[in-house]
Design a protein around this ligand. Structure first.
Ligand SMILES: [Zn+2]
Length: 358
């Protein structure tokens, strides 16, 4: 059988933009690729030729995390790729650090007394990022450690490390601009004389915004549609009884009508065509994972931690384990919300999920 990835088409092959430079992928749309210090080692950002309030310049889509290396790479882009024009606004698809980290710096760098370089983002993600960037009330830390422990991750050294990571988000997103312009589902932005439609998506971030330009046949998919890896879909400690997998699967159906000709610009991996095919692959992927989880829970009550070897057939470092735990809970919750599993809390404080006897 063909690998799922081979069913997609990569119009630019393996060619990547060099660090600090850009590559045009559609008229007025340029691709920037920046390094990330994680297992997922890069992010794609986009520069769109634009005009705003009568000024010529660029709209930036997504920013990278805040660290000296990313600022230096942006400086190279400013020096060599902007044709002497300013950045007019910063569009952010969602609140994750690799997308919003440098928004505060870009907006400040390009604002003038006459023209505010504004952040454009969904309201939900804006406020989530504001909360996360304040380290005292940030994500992770004690409440994350308690959440993971309740789902069976009780190994003391792992719990200790998670507890110590209370300022993890704010270390990559030290600040967020004080104001923003709101993006919402159905809104059309005028960028470079063309309409770009906002498509909201859920399950990965609170209110992720993808941008579709029918004129160009281009979708900036953010993290909602990635070519090689499946998007992280996690339950988090702040919303411990959520059902993000159902939200995610419902959200990606919105991309099926774009067919297999639309050029998809994802935040990770290479630009590709085959959106409808990719949606079908992801639906099948999660259907298979859900079947495996249900099968395991039919044999005995299981915690999310006990699902890790079932769902992830490789060794995971701590960073990956926290992602994997969130995903395992997401799969258990999808089945729980669908009425196929029930959950019970043991004397040890751990949630265990068991298949309903039909
Ligand atoms: Zn993300």
């Amino acid at each position: 059988m063909n690998s799922p990835e081979s069913q997609l088409h990569y119009p630019f092959g393996d060619a990547l933009p060099a660090p600090g430079s850009t590559r045009e992928v559609a008229p007025g749309v340029r691709w920037i690729r920046m390094a990330l210090p994680f297992a997922l080692d890069h992010i794609n950002l986009w520069l769109l030729r634009d005009e705003l309030d009568g000024r010529q310049g660029w709209t930036v889509v997504d920013c990278c995390i805040d660290r000296p290396e990313s600022r230096a790479q942006w400086q190279q882009v400013f020096d060599g790729e902007l044709e002497g024009l300013p950045v007019l606004r910063v569009v952010v698809t969602h609140m994750h650090p690799d997308h919003i980290g440098l928004a505060h710096w870009l907006c400040e760098r390009w604002s003038t007394p006459q023209h505010e370089c504004r952040l454009w983002i969904s309201a939900t993600d804006y406020y989530a990022a504001r909360v996360g960037s304040r380290s005292t009330t940030g994500f992770g830390g004690e409440s994350a450690a308690r959440f993971f422990a309740a789902h069976g991750l009780t190994e003391p050294s792992a719990v200790e490390k998670i507890r110590a990571r209370g300022s993890y988000y704010s270390s990559m997103v030290p600040d967020v601009p004080a104001g923003f312009r709101r993006l919402q589902d159905g809104l059309a932005l005028r960028i470079g004389g063309r309409a770009w439609h906002c498509i909201a998506g859920h399950g990965h971030a609170p209110e992720h915004i993808a941008l579709h330009c029918p004129d160009l046949g281009v979708l900036i998919s953010g993290d909602m549609l990635l070519p090689r890896i499946s998007t992280n879909v996690s339950v988090h400690d702040a919303e411990p009884e959520s059902n993000p997998l159902a939200d995610f699967l419902r959200s990606i159906e919105r991309f099926t009508p774009l067919g297999d000709d639309t050029l998809v610009l994802p935040s990770h991996g290479k630009p590709f065509t085959g959106a409808a095919t990719r949606v079908a692959q992801l639906q099948a992927h999660h259907r298979d994972r859900l079947a495996e989880v249900l099968e395991a829970c039919a044999q005995a009550p299981r915690t999310a931690a006990e699902m890790l070897p079932v769902l992830f057939k490789r060794t995971l470092d701590l960073h990956q384990t926290t992602f994997a735990m969130g995903e395992a809970v997401a799969h258990l919750h999808a089945l729980w919300f669908a009425g196929k599993l029930t959950r019970e809390r043991g004397a040890d404080g751990c949630w265990r999920f068991v298949a309903k006897v039909m």
